[in-house]
Design a protein around this ligand. Structure first.
Ligand SMILES: O=C(O)CCC(=O)C(=O)O
Ligand SMILES: [Fe+2]
Length: 451
């Protein structure tokens, strides 16, 4: 590190060297100033100011290390640039422990790391030479790259398809217009509906729940008291008496039954699957009269006789709430009930309602008749309640007359559910099975078809 051609001495000078000083002939000879140690603490008393107003000797922070070098060390002033350096920071490691005379010797031929450069040509294979040439190459190649990128960009620009920007602009304008119109319309809609000043506060108006459908049917019709002639009564009375006494009734829940005519299957039935006996002539005669009197469109062909036991019989006496909505009952037919013996209350209850169901009651007196349409079964359920405990009552008989068709039992389709719009589903099914349907009726969410 010591420049052998540098004859200057000592390195630590009070004068600032001039920039024009030749590198190897420093002009910092201005007396016998020796390098000094960076002091641990300096005082004005001990150290006079130098000619350029700097403290002498310099502060530790005057070295390029900004004072981070630790410990006491010689400080040298570069004769060429005037920069102060710690010995160690100027690559004069080991000088720290040398005496003043030795350091003076070294500093005679010394230039700081910023100023010193090798006076001899470098070997081209020297690492520094290789690094330098690499640097040049990199710079060069980066220049080339830059040029290349310019060329590519220009080429790309030329090869890109030219857009009709005016058409695009027009589309954008229209789109913006539509967006604005839509915003305006939603704003005005929300402010009209809710009087809300802010879009973000838009709350949809409360949905009005659909009111339950109003029934198109009466719970019951054709109530006729004392309808039976005494002859009819006698005949029916005898017939039912024999059936009961001979044990022809089948036990159902809360009552007993006998079936005649067309097979009639209903939920919970314990009746035999066998074809029922033909309708007895006493009842057949009655059916003729009822059909005429009530102008029935469909003459009843199935007879179900219900026997409601008397109090004290040890048996329950009721018929649970239900609807006669079997698909086998002809859609536009009526169900006619003839009552014998004891009066009983019949209860009708709405199926579709707000809150509590609508309840209608009917007292079925002996020898009376009443009817229900098959369609009303979609709107109401009915039943014969159990009389209150302790109440005395006699047996009651009801003879129910229905028009039943089991011809197409196997081709009945039940379609639709509460989650699927029935008309659509209906069309789908019909399209698939290619059937000519007869709509028998059904609930609000169910349609039954008979082919
Ligand atoms: O006994 C009655 O009056 C009603 C009978 C009935 O509802 C039925 O047989 O399904
Ligand atoms: Fe019924």
């Amino acid at each position: 590190m010591v420049n052998p051609n540098n004859k200057s001495s000592p390195a630590l000078s009070q004068e600032k060297p001039t920039r024009s000083s030749p590198r190897n002939s420093p002009n910092n000879i201005s007396g016998n100033q020796s390098p000094s140690r960076f002091p641990k603490s300096t005082t004005k008393k001990q150290f006079p100011r130098d000619s350029i107003g700097k403290k002498f000797p310099p502060k530790k922070s005057d070295c390029p290390c900004a004072g981070t070098s630790s410990g006491k060390d010689w400080v040298l002033k570069c004769p060429q640039c005037g920069q102060h350096w710690h010995g160690a920071c100027a690559n004069l490691k080991g000088t720290r422990n040398l005496p003043q005379t030795a350091v003076d010797k070294i500093s005679c031929d010394w230039l700081c790391p910023w100023c010193w450069s090798c006076p001899y040509p470098r070997n081209s294979s020297h690492t520094s030479s290789v690094m330098e040439s690499t640097l040049v190459e990199r710079t060069l190649s980066s220049n080339i790259l830059e040029k290349l990128s310019d060329t590519v960009t220009a080429a790309l620009k030329n090869s890109l398809p030219s857009f009709d920007l005016s058409a695009l602009q027009e589309k954008l304008d229209n789109l913006n217009k539509e967006i604005k119109e839509f915003k305006d319309s939603t704003n005005s809609a929300s402010s009209t509906l809710l009087n809300s000043p802010h879009d973000s506060e838009f709350i949809p108006p409360p949905i009005e729940l659909a009111k339950p459908l109003q029934s198109t049917e009466e719970p019951y019709q054709d109530l006729k008291e004392n309808y039976l002639t005494s002859e009819e009564f006698e005949n029916l009375n005898d017939l039912v008496g024999v059936l009961r006494d001979d044990g022809h009734f089948t036990n159902e829940k809360g009552h007993k039954v006998v079936l005649y005519g067309e097979q009639y299957k209903y939920t919970g039935s314990r009746l035999s699957e066998d074809t029922p006996d033909p309708i007895p002539h006493e009842i057949a005669a009655l059916i003729d009269r009822v059909t005429a009197d009530l102008s029935l469109k469909h003459k009843p062909n199935s007879v179900l006789i219900n026997l409601y036991p008397a109090s004290g019989s040890g048996s329950e006496s009721h018929l649970a709430m239900h609807s006669d909505n079997e698909a086998s009952i002809v859609a536009d037919s009526k169900i006619v009930t003839v009552s014998l013996w004891e009066s009983r209350k019949i209860v009708f209850e709405s199926k579709h309602h707000d809150g509590e169901p609508t309840v209608t009651e009917l007292i079925a007196t002996p020898n009376s008749i009443y009817s229900m349409t098959r369609a009303s079964q979609n709107w109401f359920r009915h039943g014969v309640p159990q009389p209150a405990a302790g109440e005395d009552f006699e047996e009651r008989i009801s003879i129910t007359l229905r028009c039943v068709s089991n011809v197409s039992e196997r081709s009945i389709l039940l379609i639709g559910d509460s989650n699927f719009p029935t008309p659509r589903r209906l069309c789908l099914v019909l399209a698939r099975v290619k059937l000519e349907p007869l709509i028998l009726g059904g609930g609000l969410n169910q349609v039954k078809l008979r082919t």
